[in-house]
Design a protein around this ligand. Structure first.
Ligand code: PLP
Length: 400
């Protein structure tokens, strides 16, 4: 009999759509002229900064090519501690840090540490948690939808409180994929209090911690005391390093981190040591990080403004302006036609975008049929000029 965990999981719609357009994009370009716009993936088009790739070569030459220390090398953990100290978190030690294969493995190990059950999560929810991490860990996902009010996304605290009793985990993701909401300190503090009251552990997914706009500030749940919080981090986004697969998870319960270390030993033996070395350099090179992130965020900020400028007149006050990450989650109800009978609305909306030479992710990838008129648009991998052209096609051919 197949392990039921494997029968419950599927390929992320994001990966599926990216595969599909590999063939479709060149055909569209040949037929239409112009460039197909890849607004589907949460991945930077920029290369990993050279000071990091150089460090990989040096680490290989220095012989860091043997079995790793499961859970992370002490010097990698020290680099994480230095990075956390920068954010004012200094009451953690090596025993509270686990080096993982990206944020994804951090989430998977955290979820799998417990026996499964029920995880409360804000909806819409990152598709991988919905389709993979939660079902693989034998959890049912209990969604709490954000309340859309006056251009803001608010937390329905009454619903959270109603759902927490008897739940095993609360999954919080700030900055949030797919909406771009950045949870405020006050919101996180209230969520933390509710979790403490009901004895629920928090999984805090901070993959987009370095991507905040305007006056927004990322607050880590680790800034709150307690050993019920797992904060899951990744180098994928902050260092344009999705292919290196490295991240780290932090929890103040050293016993649980040592259990997760055994889990990691069992499944992979640990993260490739020369990659750990290069990202230990990345985490501790504060000036290089600033020099890389500042211009990057200026470019991202301009892309975000361009989208607002072009779409606000069409979407009106319903357009939510992301404060973080690099996505817009657009509600196109009333702006796109209804699907003909027999065609799912999400697939129909996606096809309109693909016909216009733009790849996006249908909203249903992040929740149920209530998101059939939504799409997630990512501005992480497209320069302003091409983005402008894609937005022209969206307003004229998709919404027109
Ligand atoms: C919300 C969220 N969490 C975690 C991740 C994990 O990324 P990785 O496994 O590449 O570190 C992603 C990647 O897209 C994400 O969107």
């Amino acid at each position: 009999m197949l392990n039921p965990s494997f029968t419950r999981i599927g390929l992320s719609p994001i990966v599926e759509i990216s595969e599909r357009i590999r063939d479709l994009a060149p055909r569209w370009e040949a037929a239409n002229g112009g460039k197909f716009a890849f607004l589907q993936r949460g991945e930077l088009a920029d290369n990993t900064p050279a000071y990091i790739t150089r460090a990989i070569g040096e680490a290989i030459e220095a012989g860091l090519t043997r079995y790793p220390k499961s859970g992370g090398e002490p010097w990698f953990k020290d680099a994480v501690l230095a990075r956390l100290a920068e954010a004012g978190i200094s009451d953690v030690g090596r025993e509270h840090v686990l080096c993982t294969y990206g944020g994804q493995e951090g989430l998977q190990l955290t979820f799998n540490l417990f026996a499964g059950g029920r995880v409360v999560a804000f909806a819409p929810t990152w598709s991988c948690v919905l389709e993979n991490i939660a079902p693989y860990g034998n959890y049912t996902l209990d969604p709490v939808a954000f309340i859309e009010r006056d251009g803001a996304l608010e937390i329905d605290f009454a619903q959270v409180e109603a759902k927490l009793p008897g739940a095993d985990l609360l999954y919080v993701n700030t900055p949030h994929n797919p909406t771009g909401k950045v949870f405020s300190r006050e919101e996180l503090s209230r969520l933390n209090d509710l979790c403490l009251k009901h004895g629920v552990r928090i999984v805090s997914d901070e993959a987009y911690e370095d991507f905040v706009f305007g006056g927004a500030r990322h607050v880590s749940l680790l800034e709150f005391p307690g050993d019920h919080i797992f904060s899951v981090h990744t180098c994928s986004k902050s260092y344009a390093a999705t292919g290196f697969r490295i991240g780290y998870t932090v929890c103040r319960d050293a016993n649980l981190i040592s259990k997760m270390t055994l889990g990691e030993y069992t499944q992979t033996a640990g993260v490739v040591p020369f990659i750990q070395k290069a990202f230990a350099v990345a985490l501790t090179s504060v000036e290089e990080r600033e020099a890389w992130l500042r211009p990057l965020m200026e470019r991202f900020g301009r892309r975000r403004e361009l989208i607002v400028e072009r779409l606000a007149p069409v979407l009106g006050p319903g357009l939510y302006r992301p404060e973080g990450a690099f996505y817009f989650f657009l509600n196109l109800k009333g702006l796109v036609p209804e699907a003909p009978a027999g065609t799912p609305q999400g697939a129909f909306v996606l096809q309109r975008f693909l016909d216009a030479g733009v790849a996006v992710i249908p909203g249903t990838a992040f929740g149920g049929p209530e998101y059939a008129h939504h799409v997630r648009l990512s501005f992480s991998g497209i320069e302003e000029e091409q983005l402008g052209k894609a937005l022209d096609r969206i307003t004229k051919r998709v919404l027109g």
